[in-house]
Design a protein around this ligand. Structure first.
Ligand code: OAD
Ligand code: ZN
Length: 291
């Protein structure tokens, strides 16, 4: 007898425990097939490709002090990542099908591409741990700045993809104090939204109150390097089963693996297809992806 594949194990768990729901914890790897680069993959990751912007270190692009001195790299990156230019991946639609089939508890996402929203997953399920482009504030006095006005500063509508780093920007500045305006994306050194912490506390209680239902945590497309998000998997109660769907072994799955962990080494969209097929949702998945 051959060993069941990791995805079959996930499917078996969900079939054996029909009341089990899933909490997803995801990162940039679920959006790479949409044409959005991740951050840390060698060669293709954004941090590798930011070399052309002459940053002192790659992560300076998300550093408030650096942004205050030189907003150009962030504006350049923001144009590349700006929501609206991309379609959700099969993996996003798989998460939508978990919602549709009443098997979804939550999605903790590190992504700022809002593709969960574009996949029409209800916002009550989605925790944008690293914020999003949907609001903008002055970095000095916190005054809110209109979204459309910020977008026009980014010159989204006039992107010359051939020459996107040469654009001269007219930076968004606060009307009151002249401070630079920045989208509500969590930069290094900034706190995560309180909703992230509050909901995670609720979800941890939920796990324990419903132990017999055998809920599942599915982590996908993240290198688990940025804290506090990266500590979520280790905070999953030991009674709750965890699964990792990723090209590489990462975080707590590497340092403190648990006996019951399920590991799928590979592409998130392949996993989405296989899991949808196992659960009888394949036609629905293909229909959503074809829209
Ligand atoms: P990373 O780029 O650090 O990690 C992406 C992970 O997904 C890597 O382990 C890849 O091997 C894997 N991967 C990529 N494509 C995949 C695919 N098609 N199938 C399976 N695995 C794939 O991205 P994150 O972990 O999301 O912060 O990065 C965390 C944070 O670091 C981001 O939220 C960002 C950045 O600084 C902000 O944007 C504020
Ligand atoms: Zn201000």
């Amino acid at each position: 007898m051959t060993k069941p594949s990791a995805i079959k194990k996930v499917a078996e768990h969900l079939k054996n425990y029909p009341e089990a729901k899933v909490i997803f914890m995801v990162g940039a790897g679920i959006s790479t097939s949409c044409g959005i680069p991740d951050f840390r993959s060698p060669e293709t990751g954004l941090y590798h490709n930011l070399a052309k912007l002459n940053l002192p270190f790659a992560e300076a692009v998300f550093d408030v002090d650096y942004f205050d001195k030189n907003p150009q790299p962030f504006y350049t990156l923001a144009r590349e990542l700006y929501p609206g230019n991309f379609k959700p991946s099969k993996f996003h639609y798989l998460m939508k099908l978990f919602e549709k089939n009443n098997r979804l508890q939550r999605i903790y996402t590190q992504n700022i591409d809002t593709l969960e929203h574009q996949a029409l997953i209800h916002e009550s399920y989605v925790i944008e741990a690293h914020g999003s482009f949907s609001r903008n504030h002055c970095i000095k006095c916190s005054k809110e700045y209109p979204l459309e006005k910020f977008k026009s500063k980014l010159k989204i509508d006039e992107i010359d993809f051939e020459d996107s780093d040469r654009t001269e920007f007219d930076y968004a500045k606060c009307d009151d104090c002249g401070g630079l305006v920045k989208p509500a994306i969590v930069f290094f050194g900034e706190g995560l939204p309180s909703r992230f912490f509050d909901t995670w506390e609720e979800d941890q209680e939920w796990f324990l109150n419903e132990k017999e239902k055998n809920h599942l945590v599915l982590i996908a497309g993240t290198s688990l390097t940025v804290y506090p998000f990266a500590s979520l998997p280790e905070e999953v109660p030991s009674e709750i089963r965890r699964a990792l769907i990723n090209k590489e072994l990462v975080g707590d799955f590497k340092t403190f693996p648990r006996k019951e962990d399920i590991i799928f080494h590979g592409n998130v969209d392949d996993a989405a297809r296989e899991l949808a097929a196992e659960l009888g949702w394949l036609a629905d998945l293909e229909a959503l992806a074809a829209e």
